[in-house]
Design a protein. Structure first.
Length: 177
């Protein structure tokens, strides 16, 4: 899996994935067309096949806070792509000057379980805050510093790109040998 900045070459893929993003109940119908960002939105692309799977983006908030969002189209991706894209992009946000990263996650989104497995603790819960998929849902708010993110990711680093897992397990076409 790799991240690719928006360009003329991938604009059609961005537009197609943006339409899927808006239609996905798990995203709450919210688009992310931020004017000020720490890093540009990027396409999540599978390394092995070259297929575009999703989008990562951010919005710069006051106090050097980056509001982060990740969308991997469930019809295109597999479990783990969102975690890999998140690890790469959030690291990039901190490298680009973000002091904190925040994420608003609908309560039924499986990302909640994943973030909590990584040891990240929700900072707030906004009750029945977003109407999606026919009802109101809570929004769970996460916020963390670079040090907290590194600590949360450390036990799982071997599963991420550049970790100890074999490249084929991460989607590379390189075979052992």
């Amino acid at each position: 899996m790799r991240l690719e900045p928006r360009s003329e070459d991938n604009e059609a893929e961005f537009k197609e994935l943006d339409a899927s993003w808006l239609a996905a109940p798990v995203m709450g119908g919210v688009t992310f067309a931020a004017r000020t960002t720490f890093a540009p939105p990027m396409l999540v692309r599978e390394q092995r096949t070259g297929n575009a799977l999703g989008i990562v983006a951010n919005q710069r908030l006051p106090g050097d806070v980056a509001a982060f969002v990740v969308f991997v189209d469930p019809a295109r991706g597999r479990a783990g792509y969102g975690a890999e894209a998140t690890a790469l992009y959030i690291s990039h946000l901190f490298d680009s000057g973000a002091r904190l990263v925040t994420m608003d996650v609908l309560s039924f989104n499986p990302v909640n379980r994943q973030l909590q497995r990584f040891g990240l603790v929700p900072q707030a819960r906004m009750r029945e805050h977003v109407y999606a998929a026919g009802r109101y849902w809570d929004v769970v708010v996460y916020s963390f510093s670079a040090a907290e993110f590194v600590r949360a990711l450390a036990p799982h680093r071997h599963l991420m790109p550049g970790g100890t897992r074999h490249p084929v397990a991460l989607g590379s076409s390189r075979k052992p040998g």
